[in-house]
Write a protein that binds this ligand. Sequence first.
Ligand SMILES: Cc1cc2nc3c(=O)[nH]c(=O)nc-3n(C[C@H](O)[C@H](O)[C@H](O)COP(=O)(O)OP(=O)(O)OC[C@H]3O[C@@H](n4cnc5c(N)ncnc54)[C@H](O)[C@@H]3O)c2cc1C
Length: 529
Amino acid sequence: MLVANETGATAPAYAKADNPRCKSAMTRMPVTSCPRQTNFRPMPIASSSPDTRTHTVIVVGAGFAGVGAAIGLRQAGIDFLMLEKASEPGGVWRENTYPDCACDIPSSFYSYSFAPNPRWSRMFARQEEIKGYCDSTVATFGLLPHLRLNCEMNKASWNEAEKLWHLDTSQGLLRARFVVMACGPMHVPVMPDIPGLDTFQGQSFHSARWRHDIDLQGKRVAVIGSGASAIQFVPAIAPQVAQLTLFQRTAPWVLPKMDFKISVAWQERFTRFPWLQSLLRTALYLQFETLNFSLKFPRAIARLQIAGLKNIARGIKDPTLRQKVTPNFSLGCKRILQSNTWYKTLAQPTVQVFSGIARIEGNRLVSSHGERCEADIIIWGTGFEVAEPPAAQAIFGLSGRALSTHWKGSASAYLGTLLEDCPNLFMMCGPNLYAFSSAFVMIEAQVKFILAAIRSTEAKAHASISVAPAAHQGYNQTVQLALMKTVWNSGCSSYFIDRNGNNSTNWPWTTFYMRWRLARLRSGDFTKG
Ligand SMILES: Cc1cc2nc3c(=O)[nH]c(=O)nc-3n(C[C@H](O)[C@H](O)[C@H](O)COP(=O)(O)OP(=O)(O)OC[C@H]3O[C@@H](n4cnc5c(N)ncnc54)[C@H](O)[C@@H]3O)c2cc1C
């Protein structure tokens, strides 16, 4: 059976089992999504004696960002350990199991560039397949011996005397010269504090913690929120329920989704001629880049809005409902959503659309416009804490203060990666790196930067690398200035904007520029100790 431990020499059972493509290997290679693995079994801690080793790098989190960093470290021959608090890798794709959960960036692009999967079954793969791809990547790139499962990092503190990070974990104290925080920008679900919530007698759960044991058949279900998750699961559950009431604070822009099955013949072609899939990936990258770039131009936005309005008109005939679901902000200000079934579902007689939820009175839910409904089940589609990464509460840098105290609600970093007050610590998917593109573009660019920073520190026999305060400040001022006139700062309320009204999420330029910046270490921007 599987042994997932940095000391384990045994190959994982699933890696060598049925699927020949899942054999362990160390080179750049295709990765086919294996069926979902359930046999990740952490090795019991070998002895009760503490781990006194000093690891060169500890990666915290085994989602796509942590796994990407681990692949880079392994290929660079750098010693590392990867911690994961859950019993399997996979990140959001392990946790979000709601009906019809899928990516909204086409799979040939939403995957590592160096590990294409020619066997994606759809243009936009579903959760199970993406989770399987993550598992396969971990096995294929030989990461299992480095992975410590069920190991939660509770606190990371910099020890200036030792020039080491001390990590308090659920499996004891660990020490490392460098830390890569890959805890995920969408890891902690947001549960709004609605007046009267404690009076609700029915069952309720967040979409990221889907309760498969709760039968929705014939129930009156209230869905709170109309974001990226809700637009996927609402059309999937609506046919089963007796009544579905959607509480939406602001109607999102929803464009058609170019989703379809990829035939076996095409999967064979992608397998035999990998350049074909590379070509598709490049075309998709350019398409998203163009979309991302065009969000800077009101005329281009207006044209996209027409496509959004046509999507509404196609799905909904009732003018009152059309009005309710027509957004009152510029397209792009919030994440652009895609669906071919959202509007048709909202037009069903068993579905009603209310404004945002105001209060709960027992089993009665009341909207901000005074609309009322009874519900047996509440599903919170209220997203995640993005603008204020919760990991910041557990990171204590040079000053001994928590990073969250340092940030005061407005996260910032140098190139979204190096944090002020935190020598030798890199944050994956950090502040102001988000673009409407595949997260893998950002992840791969960050991994290059991290490897270069570690190599440069090692090469000069320095103990630590930090961002110089002036470089940190100058960079962040430039970012905020560039964001000022963008659509993301145009006034809608979105998870891009933090509690101080600051945009600590978006990258204001092209992802080509992001990759270019992260590919270069400007020595003047760092201090080495
Ligand atoms: C439903 C959904 C769909 C999405 N679809 C897309 C898409 O189509 N395209 C796109 O670009 N992005 C998408 N995203 C965004 C997604 O967050 C990123 O694409 C990417 O998966 C982030 O990877 P990550 O490794 O940074 O974070 P995660 O996937 O969240 O992984 C973080 C990991 O760290 C672990 N962890 C957290 N804290 C600790 C701790 N203290 N100690 C130990 N381990 C810890 C977690 O258990 C988790 O496994 C989607 C997000 C969601 C929720």
